[in-house]
Design a protein around this ligand. Structure first.
Ligand code: PLP
Ligand code: CA
Length: 321
């Protein structure tokens, strides 16, 4: 495997790198910022790329915020962008449901295990949903009647066709038990004769194992609720965030990408870099301001190896022209 090319402090290598691409797909957390702290020189770097005629598309696995909220965050940090140039895992899941699954009424509702970002993107695609931030599902503990209603389906909604799980800061047993009831098909009366035994389709926005915050790590979407549902059902969800190629196909369709002239920039090997490598993009650029370091892709079991790397994205300002 070819070694990753280090670009920091090498103006001619940065020039050659920039010349190869028209579009940069840019991961957000760990590349532009860490939590709320924007790295030095990031707005200027994005402006530089745009001034060279490059398209900048922001691709994040953070399902808790909608594209509109991401637009507000990018703008407030002085990073020039348009809301159309943002692609999040919640939006990816919403367009997969509306354009690929094309659920027919009455079984067209989504049971959401997640935050408002998922709800906003489902609404943007006109998809009905239950669960999510509804306080009724934030109940702690279970009464005997809760078990009974989920078991015989009487307290479940027969219109649910999908369970969509992302990071849910309010995850609890009550919600998990409901999601599991839908994934088992408890809500469908004639389950034997129903498609897939009446089981709801199991989708995830993303399966990031960790959530880097405050110079530490917290449980990511994959660890907080999805692994619990997978363990209960024995099934893995179809995840629609990076590195899912369903997301890449949707990004390609929306932005009319020439994959050979597109580069994925990210900090995480098993989401961002794998996303670019498996999508056969022209290049991948790793930054060392986030989760993974050089020794991670030098391991024989590395999930993906970047073609290029820099200490930080702002090092691209070292181009000679
Ligand atoms: N999921 C959540 C809930 C997050 O808050 C973040 C980062 O802030 C991520 C995933 C990872 O996002 P990204 O793909 O931008 O690194
Ligand atoms: Ca990241």
């Amino acid at each position: 495997m070819a070694a990753s090319k280090y670009l920091t402090g090498d103006p001619s290598a940065i020039d050659a790198f920039l010349d190869k691409f028209d579009t940069f797909l840019i991961d957000c957390d760990g590349v532009l910022w860490s939590g709320d702290h924007v790295f030095d020189g990031i707005p200027e770097t994005i402006k530089l790329l745009q001034s060279k005629g490059k398209r900048t598309v922001f691709v994040t696995n953070n399902s808790t915020k909608s594209r509109k909220e991401y637009f507000a965050k990018l703008s407030s940090k002085g990073i020039p962008c348009q809301v159309e140039d943002i692609f999040g895992s919640s939006y990816s899941a919403a367009i997969y449901i509306s354009r690929i699954l094309k659920l027919e009424p009455p079984r067209n509702k989504v049971f959401v295990l997640g935050e408002a970002g998922i709800e906003a993107e489902l609404e943007s695609e006109g998809i009905p949903y239950i669960g999510g931030t509804d306080p009724a599902y934030r109940k702690l503990g279970m009464e005997p009647a809760d078990f009974a209603g989920i078991a015989d389906g009487s307290s479940l909604d027969p219109d649910v066709g999908v369970v969509l799980a992302g990071l849910d800061f309010h995850v609890n047993y009550y919600k998990l038990a409901h999601a599991h009831g839908y994934l088992r098909g408890n809500h469908i009366k004639d389950a034997k004769n129903a498609k897939n035994g009446g089981k709801a389709v199991f989708l995830a926005t993303n399966i990031d194992s960790t959530l880097p915050m405050y110079h530490s790590f917290f449980p990511g979407a994959g660890s907080a609720s999805i692994v619990a549902l997978s363990n209960m059902t024995g099934d893995q969800p179809l995840a629609l965030g990076k590195p899912s190629q369903a997301m890449m196909d949707a990004v390609e369709g929306k932005f009319h990408l020439d994959r050979t002239r597109t580069c994925m920039i990210g900090d995480r090997l098993n989401t961002d870099i794998q996303f670019g490598v498996e999508g056969h993009l022209g290049g991948t650029l790793a930054v060392l301001t986030g989760v993974n370091k050089k020794e991670d892709w030098e391991r024989t079991d590395a999930p993906a190896v970047p073609a290029y790397y820099v200490d930080g994205l702002a090092d691209l300002r070292g181009a000679s022209n």
